[in-house]
Design a binder for this molecule. Structure first.
Ligand code: FAE
Length: 526
């Protein structure tokens, strides 16, 4: 059991690295506000509650990633994953599973609360981060603000001018968003793979755009110069970055703990929520140990409950609460409007003279932007495939404007997602339209060897961007307050209606900022 209460320094210092102090949980088992989950939505909620002087407890099922393993590093590498890589698995389940059809990517590991989880539903599996910082620990750091018109279409009840004037800038500032120096980008071997993909897109008449990131590009330049320890330039990303990335434990969460009003309990999974007769909330949580064994259960009480377990975590808790009768007045919209942000991963095979380079940075900095094409809107991130060897592969994560949505159902205590293969095929079809164009213009073909032995080209059965399930303005009011209840909020990716057209964490952060600004003024008055 790890509980943490600390006056962490502000700025980009990892939470608790110098000043963490393990304590036993508050014996009263209650706090004015509880936040479930410590990803983007949870981190914003914790900081703003803490700054308002409200005693706040954050419950996180993953661990605090601040202790070096036997190799002296906090996180393991992608090339040699160990128990730290995945959430209670005996073998890694990387998104790109094969190379030349060979099972050379995944490795046997021992069961442990590793940092990356793959939640499997029928026809769709969802990658999520586990630990203090949620998805920020494992993601590619791409910090993209969506096109204003698409944001306004997805959120018709939200004042887009206010979002783009106030909350997006606030989120980007707090997250530490920066951009790669274009001159360095043009000259460094580490982004050769991106420049090749840019040229191939241009040959097809397609536009590319630089994409900001929360990885510190000054640190990356020092990595390249050999004056800083390598992380992005050492293949680190989906199992965590040991250096350079401004994950939430260095930004929002460090600041939240710095208020002195926020406590984080780790390795505690909230399993149910109910309401006490006085209108406060009662949560049940399982304490798990490093083997995954439940070593105890706890109950917590709070007046204000902020759900931030991510699209899956929050939606599952709420669907279970409504269907099992612990929060029966939740709206019928809870559990609907889910989508994978149209994600499709794919690879192209380049000509022998078009080398992508053995050295590749893991932090993407450019996308092919064809979102404004009404016939086939796609935004495709140019993704790295850092193997340390030349492989002539151009890899992409395409975000397509797939209008399909799914709902969650509840039976025998389990929550299931009703996504179908036909719904994924819509995304794959849109990605194919775009990349057929690129292949035609460059006389290239797809790679058939990267996503398992079946030879599939379009990996449309997993997503990095789970969105929706508790959509803003449908399951909630216009500020994330759950319909049917007072002082109960969703503040994470569950609010986004299945698609946002770009990588989602800046939007999730900005919406959480907007919710907290409103709620702290309107809902906390005596
Ligand atoms: P999230 O960050 O998932 O945090 C939820 C937290 O709640 C987690 O720490 C959970 O362990 C915890 N939790 C869940 N249920 C419970 C429970 N019952 N009890 C206690 N704790 C619980 O939620 N997005 C971008 O914008 N740019 C990128 O470059 C990018 N790359 C990605 C790469 C990968 C490999 C992955 C997996 C995701 C990527 N994403 C990216 C998506 C991004 O990380 C994701 O949208 C956000 O993390 C979602 O934020 P939330 O606050 O919704």
């Amino acid at each position: 059991m790890a509980a943490l209460q600390t006056a962490a320094t502000l700025g980009f210092t990892r939470v608790g690295l110098q000043s963490a102090r393990a304590t036993e949980p508050d014996p009263t088992q209650s706090a004015t506000a509880i936040v479930v989950g410590s990803g983007y939505g949870g981190a914003v909620a914790a900081l703003r509650l803490g700054q308002a002087g409200i005693p706040t407890l954050v419950l996180e099922m993953g661990r605090l990633w601040n202790t070096p393993g036997p190799d002296g590093k906090v996180f393991c590498s992608t090339a040699a994953p160990d128990q730290r890589s995945m959430w209670f698995r005996t073998r890694t389940e990387a998104p790109l599973a094969t190379f030349l059809w060979l099972d050379v990517v995944n490795k046997d590991i021992s069961r442990y609360p590793g940092v990356l989880d793959r939640v499997r539903y029928d026809h769709m599996s969802v990658f999520v981060g586990r630990g203090v910082g949620g998805g920020s620990l494992v993601n590619g750091g791409m910090a993209v603000t969506p096109p204003k018109a698409y944001f306004a279409e997805q959120f018709p009840t939200v004042d887009a001018d206010e979002m783009y004037g106030t909350y997006f800038p606030r989120a980007r500032d707090m997250l530490g968003v920066n951009t790669v120096d274009p001159a360095w980008f043009e000259s460094t071997e580490w982004y050769r793979f991106t420049r090749i993909s840019r040229r191939h897109a241009a040959n097809a008449g397609l536009r590319t755009t630089f994409v900001p990131n929360v990885y510190d590009f000054e640190h990356m330049r020092r990595e390249a110069a050999g004056t800083a320890p390598k992380s992005a330039l050492a293949g680190e990303v989906i199992y965590g970055n040991n250096h350079g990335k401004r994950s939430l434990d260095r930004t929002y969460l460090a600041a939240a703990l710095g208020t002195g009003n926020v406590t984080v309990h780790t390795m505690e999974r909230v399993t149910s929520v109910r309401r006490a007769p006085d209108g406060t909330y009662v949560l049940s949580a399982e304490r798990i140990d490093v083997t995954g064994t439940v070593v105890g259960t706890k109950e917590y009480g709070c007046a204000y409950l902020f759900l931030a377990g991510g699209s899956l975590g929050t939606t599952e808790l709420l669907v279970r609460a409504r269907e099992s009768g612990t929060l029966p007045d939740l709206d019928a919209g809870v559990g609907t409007g889910w989508g994978p942000n149209g994600n499709v991963m794919l690879g192209r095979a380049n000509h022998l003279w078009d080398t992508v380079g053995a050295n590749q940075s893991t932090m993407p900095v450019m996308g092919i932007d064809d979102w404004s094409n009404p016939a086939n809107p796609v935004f495709a991130e140019i993704a790295p495939l850092p193997t340390g060897l030349e492989h002539w592969v151009s890899l992409y994560l395409a975000i397509t404007r797939n209008p399909e949505r799914a709902a969650f159902s509840y039976a025998n205590g389990a929550v299931r997602l009703g996504w179908s293969a036909a719904q994924s095929a819509v995304s794959a079809g849109m990605a194919k339209n775009l990349f057929d164009r690129i292949n035609r213009a460059n006389a290239t073909i797809y790679r058939y060897d990267l996503f398992g032995s079946s030879g599939r080209v379009f990996a449309d059965d997993f997503t990095y961007h789970p969105l929706g399930g508790c959509v803003l303005g449908r399951a909630t009011d216009g500020y994330g307050r759950l319909k049917g209840y007072r002082r109960l909020y969703a503040v994470d990716g569950s609010l986004v209606p299945g698609s946002i057209g770009v990588n989602p964490f800046v939007t999730i952060t900005a919406l959480a900022e907007r919710t907290m600004a409103r709620v702290l003024v309107e809902d906390t008055a005596p």
